[in-house]
Design a protein around this ligand. Structure first.
Ligand code: NAP
Length: 302
């Protein structure tokens, strides 16, 4: 079977590409590793995605996008892509199979960045979490630490504060990176506080987390915080490990032009995995649409 387009990744970029590609009557296959939706499936409320005033749950939006793609005829398989061979016919190598396509759209997104401090690996999933939306209910009336100062950290801290007795945000600078609307909202939660200029150094405990040693970067002084759980939101790393020959930037993001073309003929990239300024669900969806239209033009000119 030769597909017109194989899409790698089923987040909002990949699903949007699948909708546009299958609606344009291109034979389309989307390969997703886990379940469709990507990072947005663990977002409680998307309130800036146009058309849903009052917001929409990330998982619910993912289900709508996946259904829309399937309705237009896109095939979706659950498998892990391990390599992409370029050439006139591209080979997409997965753990279980090899697929062939005229064009490939890489929409594999990002994964969470870990802190790499002592204790993090030991308590992974047992007190160290990367998803407040998933784990916050375990911290009812407990004390939690949130690491990071971006949109994810503040949004997830707000969600956590609905359950936890106390939420402390640890941020390495004296100014948060998060958008002002999230900072304003955070200030209405009396159980959230921010420790500036501070980073975590070590997580300590036997069966469960008992405390975290943190370092003030201005004074170089260490301090012990008694906490029950630590939520880490210190950024995202692009999933470009399997990409063989498309050019990437110094941070690992795939470099594309505004038509989502990579440096390799017939290979396109869209969404959070590509080098760009604004990473939002709406920009991922927009990228996906453009990538699919560019694939159509590419195939027409073959
Ligand atoms: P991010 O914007 O890259 O922020 C990461 C935060 O972690 C920054 O505050 C950074 O500090 C800090 N950090 C990085 N490395 C660290 C380290 N080694 N130790 C301690 N702190 C560290 O990541 P994100 O918040 O996950 O957001 C990712 C993208 O998704 C962004 O484009 C964001 O706008 C978007 N997003 C949007 C929404 C929304 O619109 N509601 C929600 C979530 C995410 P510095 O500030 O000093 O660099």
């Amino acid at each position: 079977m030769l597909y017109d387009a194989v899409i790698v990744g089923g987040g909002p970029a990949g699903l949007s590409a699948a909708i546009y590609s299958s609606r344009a009557r291109l034979k389309t296959l989307l390969i997703e590793k886990n379940g469709c939706g990507g990072q947005m499936t663990v977002t409680d409320l998307l309130e800036n995605y146009p058309g849903f005033n009052g917001g929409i749950n990330g998982f619910d939006l993912a289900v709508k996008l996946e259904t829309q793609a399937r309705d237009f005829g896109a095939e979706i398989v659950y498998d892990e892509v391990t390599g992409i061979k370029s050439g006139e016919v591209k080979e997409i190598v997965t753990v279980n199979s090899i697929y062939k396509a005229k064009a490939v759209i890489i929409a594999a997104g990002t994964r969470v960045k870990e802190m790499n401090i002592p204790g993090e690996a030991k308590f992974m999933g047992k007190g160290v979490s990367f998803c407040a939306t998933c784990d916050a209910p375990f911290y009812r009336k407990k004390e939690a630490l949130v690491v990071g100062g971006g949109d994810s950290a503040i949004q997830e801290a707000i969600y956590l504060a609905k359950f936890a007795k106390k939420v402390t945000i640890l941020h390495r600078r004296n100014e948060l990176r998060a958008t002002k609307i999230l900072q304003e909202r955070m200030s209405s939660y009396p159980n959230i506080s921010v420790m500036h200029d501070t980073v975590p150094k070590e997580i300590i405990g036997d069966d469960r987390i008992e405390k975290v040693i943190v370092t003030n970067l201005k004074t170089n002084q260490d301090k012990q915080l008694k906490i029950d759980g630590i939520f880490v939101f210190i950024g995202l790393i692009p999933n470009t490990l399997f990409v063989t020959d498309a050019a990437i930037d110094e941070n690992g993001h795939i470099v594309t032009d505004e038509d989502m073309r990579t440096s390799v003929d017939g290979i396109f990239a869209c969404g959070d995995i590509r080098k760009k300024r604004l990473r939002q669900v709406v920009t991922a969806a927009s990228d996906g649409a453009q990538a699919a239209v560019s694939v159509g033009h590419y195939i027409d000119n073959l």
